[in-house]
Design a protein around this ligand. Structure first.
Ligand code: CA
Length: 525
C-alpha cells in the first residue's frame, strides 16, 4: 500500500532535512522565494550552452520538447500505480516506472486556481483567481505566462483542452503565449454560468464544437480522444519542423458530467457505484490516449529528449470513497486530499526515472523549472512574479538538499464582497511536516498523514509560526484580488461567437442562466 511507504519516505527525508538545515543554518520560506543564485547560475549556463550549441558527450542534453498532460478532477488515489485496487491505468503505471515521482506535490484545491498558478509560478490569488466562475476565474492580464516565456525562447506552443482562465477573446490563450489554441470554454464542455464563463451551446462530451485558433470546429468523437488527436497532429508537425515545442494538454475529463464511451464502462460496472464506474471509465479512456501519446513519442524518436509531465489539477472527487490513498478530504477542501496529486516527470536524456522524491513541491514550481530547462531568460518583472523554485536539482537527484518551505492553500469561493471575512475559512498553510488548517487545526503529517489528531493545543509554537506566515501572506494578497467586483457580459462569449459563426441564439431560459444580474443576484450588490 502507498501509505506506509510514504511515511517511511517522510521519516528519511526529515532526518536528511534536519542535517541540511543545521548545515545551512537557516530554514527558508517558499512564500516569496525568488530563484536562488545557484539556480540563476544554472539558468545562465544552460542558456549559454543552448545559444552556442556547445555540447560534449557528458554535457547537458539539448533543450527538450515539453509536454504537460493534466487530467481534471482526478486524485492521487485514482491510479493503480498509487494503490487504487480497481482502476486499470497501464499507461500511467508504465510511465510511473520511468519517471521521477513527487510524493508530496501540491496544487490548488480547484480547477482554475491550479491553472493560474501553473501558468504564472505564483499563488492564484495574486493572479486575481479566487473562484472557478463569476469572472473570478480570469487570469490577470498583468501576469507573464510560462507559454509566453517559452515562446520568446523559440518554442512552438500549443494548448489542447481546458484553459479556464478567461473566455473573453482578450484573455484567450492565443493572447497569452500559445501559437496554437484548441480549447473548450468555461470550466468544462457544455457548461453555462452567468457572465463570461461558459462553453459553446449544446456541447456534450461527444462531438463537441471546439474553438480552434478563433474559429469553432465541429469535431467527431469523444472529447478526450479529440484533444489528444489534435495535440498529436500538432506535435507531429512541430517535430518535423525540428523546433522545440511546448504542448499543454489539460483535459476536461474526468470532470463531471460523467459521460464516457460504453466500452470504457464495462470493466467497472457492478464493482463500484455507477458514478464511480463512469468516472473510472473516463480515466481509463484518458490513460489509453496517454499511452498512445507515449508510443508516438517513441515511434517518432523524440522520446529521449522530450520532458513529459503528468499531474492532475486538484484532489480527488468521485473516486475518493473507493480509494483516497489514506488522505483526508478531496477537491474543494484544504486538507491533504484536496491538493496532493500525482506528479510524474520523465526526461530520459537528462535524469533517471523510477525514483520517488519526497520533497515538498508544488504547481508554482513548474514555471521556473521549465524556464530553466528551456534556457529561457526571465524579465526582471517575470522573475519577481515567480514564487516557486526550480525542481531541476531534485529531478537530477531526488535526495538533494531542499530547504523547507511554507505553502498556502485557500479554497476561495467566498460570496461576493466577503473576501475579508474568509481569512481563516477553508485554508491551510503547510511545511514539509505540519499543516495548520483553518487556523484551528494542526496536523503532524509525518506521524498522521490522514490528519486525524489535532495538535493545536500542544504544539503552540509551531502553530504560531505558521499562523504568522499565513497572516503576512493574507495581507499581501488582499489588495491583489482584481476580479472580485467584476460584472461579466450578459451572454457567454463562446456562445456569442458560436451563434455568430453558425446562426441561432439563446432562448429565454438560457438568457436568464447567463445574465449576471438575474441568474446571480448577489453579484449586483
Ligand atoms: Ca479540476
Amino acid at each position: 500500500m502507498a501509505l506506509p511507504q510514504r511515511i517511511c519516505r517522510r521519516d528519511a527525508d526529515s532526518t536528511r532535512g534536519l542535517a541540511e538545515k543545521a548545515e545551512a543554518g537557516t530554514i527558508s520560506s517558499g512564500l516569496n522565494s525568488p530563484m536562488t543564485n545557484r539556480n540563476r547560475i544554472g539558468c545562465v549556463l544552460l542558456t549559454f550552452l543552448v545559444l552556442t550549441g556547445t555540447r560534449s558527450a557528458a554535457g547537458p542534453p539539448e533543450r527538450p520538447n515539453i509536454i504537460i498532460v493534466m487530467p481534471d478532477d482526478v486524485g492521487y488515489g485514482d491510479y493503480a500505480c498509487l494503490g487504487n485496487p480497481i482502476i486499470h491505468t497501464p499507461a500511467a503505471d508504465a510511465f510511473f516506472k520511468q519517471s521521477v515521482r513527487f510524493t508530496d506535490f501540491h496544487v490548488s484545491p480547484t480547477c482554475a486556481p491550479t491553472r493560474a498558478a501553473l501558468m504564472t509560478g505564483r499563488h492564484e490569488f495574486k493572479n486575481g483567481v479566487t473562484h472557478t466562475i463569476y469572472e473570478r476565474e480570469r487570469l490577470t492580464l498583468k501576469a507573464t505566462t510560462i507559454a509566453q516565456v517559452l515562446k520568446r525562447a523559440g518554442y512552438a506552443t500549443g494548448i489542447f483542452g481546458k484553459w479556464h482562465l478567461g473566455d473573453e477573446p482578450d484573455r484567450w490563450p492565443d493572447k497569452r503565449g500559445f501559437d496554437e489554441m484548441f480549447i473548450h470554454g468555461g470550466g468544462g464542455i457544455g457548461q453555462t454560468f452567468a457572465g463570461s464563463c461558459g462553453d459553446a451551446p449544446g456541447n456534450t462530451y461527444f462531438n463537441p464544437a471546439i474553438l480552434h485558433n478563433g474559429t469553432f470546429e465541429k469535431t467527431t468523437g469523444y472529447c478526450t480522444d479529440v484533444f489528444f488527436r489534435q495535440a498529436l497532429a500538432w506535435i507531429d508537425k512541430k517535430r518535423k519542423d525540428r523546433a522545440p515545442f511546448f504542448a499543454y494538454i489539460p483535459l476536461n475529463a474526468a470532470h463531471a458530467p460523467l459521460q464516457v464511451p460504453d466500452e470504457y464502462l464495462k470493466r467497472y460496472e457492478g464493482k463500484v457505484p455507477e458514478n464511480t464506474a463512469k468516472f473510472y471509465g473516463m480515466i481509463e479512456n484518458l490513460d489509453h490516449n496517454f499511452g498512445t501519446l507515449l508510443k508516438k513519442l517513441k515511434a517518432w524518436r523524440i522520446e529521449a529528449n522530450t520532458l513529459v509531465i503528468f499531474l492532475t489539477d486538484n484532489g480527488g472527487t468521485v473516486g475518493v470513497n473507493v480509494y483516497n490513498a489514506g488522505m483526508r478530504g478531496g477537491k474543494v477542501t484544504p486538507y491533504e486530499g484536496g491538493t496532493r496529486v500525482p506528479s510524474f516527470w520523465r526526461w530520459p536524456a537528462a535524469f533517471k526515472g523510477g525514483v520517488d522524491c519526497a520533497a515538498l513541491a508544488a504547481h508554482i514550481d513548474i514555471f521556473p523549472t521549465l524556464a530553466e530547462i528551456a534556457g529561457a531568460p526571465l524579465s526582471p518583472e517575470a522573475a519577481r512574479q515567480v514564487e516557486g523554485r526550480t525542481l531541476l536539482p531534485l529531478l537530477k537527484d531526488p535526495h538533494t538538499a531542499w530547504p523547507d518551505r511554507e505553502l498556502v492553500t485557500h479554497v476561495g469561493r467566498w460570496p461576493r464582497g466577503q473576501a475579508a471575512d474568509w481569512k481563516y475559512k477553508n485554508c491551510c498553510i503547510r511545511n514539509s511536516r505540519f499543516a495548520l488548517v483553518n487556523n484551528s487545526e494542526l496536523y503532524d503529517l509525518w506521524s498522521d498523514p490522514g490528519e486525524t489528531t489535532n495538535l493545536i493545543q500542544s504544539q503552540i509554537e509551531i502553530a504560531a509560526k505558521l499562523r504568522a506566515a499565513y497572516d503576512r501572506w493574507w495581507n499581501e494578497i488582499l489588495p491583489r484580488l482584481e476580479n472580485e467586483n467584476a460584472i461579466g457580459p450578459r451572454i457567454n462569449p463562446f456562445k456569442a461567437l458560436y451563434w455568430k459563426q453558425f446562426g441561432g441564439g439563446p432562448d429565454a431560459a438560457l438568457l436568464k442562466q447567463m445574465d449576471p444580474g438575474l441568474a446571480n443576484p448577489e453579484r449586483t450588490r
